[in-house]
Design a protein around this ligand. Structure first.
Ligand code: 13P
Length: 345
């Protein structure tokens, strides 16, 4: 049987026993995180932070791909070596965020539509020339009274599918990221129902737009209660609800699922991913796809706090990043325990 030419890259990203490092924050988001951590919000500080992440010793053993932002993919280290080349030397594939953000959706109060399709074909060619072999597009679904609407879910799913088809045409593996947000008081069950509906509609649109499922990666949320929900169920319930939902809606042809962290702490995200992989190992029906991570906040934030913009704390920050990467790597094998955390006593 003929393999899709991009299937090997998709497999390298998600089926080779490693995960992804999302470091594709827009300048606005990156600056917001810098401001909260007391770090100057300049292009040079953003560059220094991304250089610190990319040059973390041993990162390639845990990370298969790094998702960059437009500013970042054009940047280089202090010696002038492009970030893409540093990633390649570390055995990490370079990817690029190509959506231009979630904007308020007309006639849909409280909801957003992700934009960025105009000129995407040309931009993908440019990014491919710069060395990117995969791309990412994030659509978000908010839960609230009367939300989400089917109109918003469908519009975002259609855009995701058109983006994915353009990526495959350009020779890039699309990471398809439909995120049900954690903000709000909704329950685990409400998130489960919304996630199931969103993913059903996304896969229908991917089919209609001719996207090869073997040559893509799904990046969904875990099924979680809202941050303001008074009932915060144990890791076990979250792992079961997430696996049940994904089994219902994600076709077996998809090589792997790489979760976003969505605002979970590093240790919780690791523990939940770990439980899913541990359950998958023991259940009678094996999962048809791998389960890995594509975290931004849950892998970067401890390191950002340590760094604080100080060159003297660079090595300590890299150790913090490497620690989270190793915890997540252990979670792929069901081998993560809280005793790996420095505060476990
Ligand atoms: P978080 O892991 O912080 O949710 O970010 C993942 C991501 O890529 C958002 O687009």
């Amino acid at each position: 049987m003929m393999q899709h030419p991009l299937a090997a890259t998709a497999n390298t990203l998600v089926a080779g026993g490693r995960g992804l490092l999302a470091m594709d924050e827009s300048n606005g988001t990156c600056n917001k995180r810098f401001a909260a951590a007391g770090i100057a919000q300049t292009m040079e500080m953003r560059r220094a932070w991304r250089e610190l992440l990319i040059t973390t010793p041993g990162l390639g053993a845990c990370i298969s791909g790094a998702i960059l932002y437009d500013e970042t993919i054009h940047q280089a280290d202090d010696h002038g070596t492009p970030f893409v080349d540093l990633l390649t030397q570390a055995g990490i594939l370079a990817g690029i965020k190509v959506d231009s953000g979630a904007k308020p959706m007309a006639a849909h109060p409280g909801e957003t539509i992700t934009e960025g399709l105009d000129g995407l074909r040309e931009r993908l060619q440019d990014y491919s020339r710069l060395g990117a072999v995969f791309a990412k597009w994030r659509a978000v679904t908010a839960l609230d009274k009367g939300l989400p609407t089917t109109g918003c879910i469908e519009a975002n799913a259609h855009a995701l599918a058109r983006y994915a088809a353009l990526c495959q045409e350009a020779g890039l593996v699309p990471i398809v990221e439909p995120e049900v947000l954690m903000a709000g008081p909704h329950t685990l069950e409400q998130c489960r129902a919304a996630t199931e509906k969103v993913l059903h509609i996304v896969f229908e649109q991917l089919y209609r737009q001719g996207v090869a499922l073997e040559a893509m990666v799904l990046k969904p949320n875990m099924v979680l209660p809202g941050l303001a929900c008074p009932q915060q169920p144990p890791v076990e319930d979250i792992a079961e609800a997430t696996l049940q939902t994904l089994r219902r809606v994600v076709p077996a042809a998809v090589p792997g699922i790489a979760f976003l962290s969505g605002g979970q702490s590093g240790p919780l995200a690791s523990a939940r991913l770990n439980r899913m992989n541990a359950l998958a190992r023991t259940c009678a029906n094996p999962l048809p796809w791998t389960l890995t991570f594509s975290f931004a906040r849950a892998i970067q934030m401890p390191a950002l706090t340590v760094w604080h913009g100080e060159p003297s704390r660079r090595t300590a920050a890299q150790s913090a990043l490497h620690h989270r990467a190793r915890c997540n790597l252990a979670a792929l094998h069901g081998e993560y325990t809280h005793s790996m955390e420095p505060d476990h006593a």
